[in-house]
Design a protein around this ligand. Structure first.
Ligand code: ATP
Ligand code: MG
Length: 410
């Protein structure tokens, strides 16, 4: 029986992978994302590494910044080796392609408010636009089946978190506000303009938003399907970095994404035994142990600090060999969400996946915005989202492999 087009698509998507590399500023995201791209290409996957950071450094990591290799306006992807492409998202370019009407309207509004044209143009690129542009490209590649693996080199944690919440926000806006706004502008627009002297958006503006929304359709289910999309958190063995990684872990769970590995980068290797670094080494070992308390749900990969910065293909290759050795980075190293936060029957709940546990006494301790769960000899630290950090826990019970913790309402 011939396969239907739809079946082929689902089959293909099953094999497709999207992998985020994210973490605090400077921890090594770009370098690790680039090395992962090299390894995947060598394994035969058609791979693209996309930089989502406005301050791009992906091409620098590959040492591909010479003018001879500057991309033309239409060439967005730069081929590095067989099977490997790079893309640094250029928001100005994407605006011309996707946002023309929206951008022009906002710019004209700002211009009218007395802002200089240049300033208005700058401000009209509102927060979130870059992230939406990235999502547009990702969804296009998914729909067109352009690559086997899409690697995303994210901006420092805060921004990449905002990125994953966009599809949900946008859907809410489109379903609740958009249609009403469009109708209002059509019906009441001329009257409002006469009395207030503020131009209201015309139909092409709304059409532009509708087109964008159509192009983004489906991206949220792609991002929250652990068979397709997983997140890898890059961190360093230092207090502040590990803390932020712990929060990022929680936030990705909150947004419904699956984390399948944590990479601890820049560990001082054995050979560094001068007295000067002794305290550093002890501190690092302490935080590596802490990290196993926080991230024991997923594999933790360790990478030593190299003897020099890692730039160019030879360096990246060395990193790829050390980090992955016999591992295929396209594999999924976890396909479940260790925590889920939700509101059920008016009460906030945290559900944790805890296999292999018997019904021992459960102890819950709150420490600032951190919840420490102790069951027998087992201890788990969970960072809490803001809405739960100030609430007391009201109970905890084991149901199969799940521990359900409830929080006070009100
Ligand atoms: N294990 C390592 N050993 C030696 N140098 C490293 C290692 N990991 C990263 N570096 C170097 O550290 C610098 C910063 O790395 P990178 O640009 O990958 O960090 P980033 O997390 O992407 O930073 P940003 O938040 O600014 O995007 C680079 O010069 C890189 O070569
Ligand atoms: Mg970077």
């Amino acid at each position: 029986m011939p396969l239907s087009a739809n079946y082929v698509k689902i089959e293909w998507i099953k094999h497709m992978r999207i992998i985020f590399y994210t973490g605090k500023g400077g921890v090594g995201k770009t370098t690790i994302a680039a090395a992962t791209g090299i390894k995947l290409a060598q394994l035969g996957y058609k791979t693209i590494v996309i930089s989502l950071d406005v301050a791009h450094s992906l091409r620098d990591a590959f040492d591909k910044s010479t003018t001879a290799e500057t991309l033309t306006h239409t060439e967005k992807q730069l081929q590095v080796t067989e099977n490997l492409w790079l893309q640094e998202i250029n928001v100005q370019e994407a605006i011309v392609e996707y946002w023309d009407e929206v951008y022009n309207y906002i710019r004209s509004l700002l211009n009218r408010s007395g802002l200089e044209t240049l300033v208005a143009e700058e401000i009209a690129v509102f927060p979130g636009m870059e992230e939406i542009c990235a999502l547009l490209y990702i969804n296009q590649y998914v729909r067109e089946k352009s690559y086997d693996v899409i690697i995303l080199d994210c901006a420092p944690t805060g921004e990449s978190l905002r990125f994953v919440s966009i599809p949900t926000t946008l859907e809410w806006y489109m379903n609740r506000i958009f249609k009403l706004e469009r109708k209002l502008a059509r019906v009441a627009g001329p009257v409002i303009e006469r009395v207030s002297n503020v131009p209201l958006p015309r139909d092409p503006y709304f059409q532009n938003i509708q087109d964008l929304f159509d192009k983004l359709e489906g991206i949220d289910s792609v991002l929250t399907d652990p068979k397709i999309t997983t997140v890898r958190l890059v961190t360093n063995p230092e207090k502040i970095v590990i803390k932020e990684t712990q929060r990022a872990f929680m936030y990705f769970c909150l947004y419904g994404l699956c984390i399948d590995a944590v990479v601890i980068n820049r560990i001082f290797p054995e050979g560094v035994d001068t007295e000067y670094f002794e305290l550093w080494k002890q501190t690092q070992q302490h935080y590596i142990r802490e990290a196993s308390n926080y991230f024991s749900d997923v594999p933790m990969w360790k990478v030593n600090l190299f003897s020099d910065e890692i730039v160019g293909q030879a360096g990246l290759q060395k990193l790829a060999d050390t980090l992955y050795a016999d591992i295929d980075p396209a594999e999924r190293f976890s396909d479940r969400r260790p925590y889920q936060f939700r509101k059920k029957d008016g009460a906030y709940q945290l559900t944790m996946q805890l296999p292999f546990l018997t019904n021992k006494e459960i102890e819950l301790t709150k420490h600032g915005d951190e919840l420490i769960v102790t069951i027998g000899g087992f201890k788990r630290h969970v960072a809490l989202p803001r809405s739960l950090a100030n609430r007391r826990t009201t109970g905890a019970k084991l149901a199969g492999e799940q521990l359900v913790i409830t929080f006070e309402t009100g």
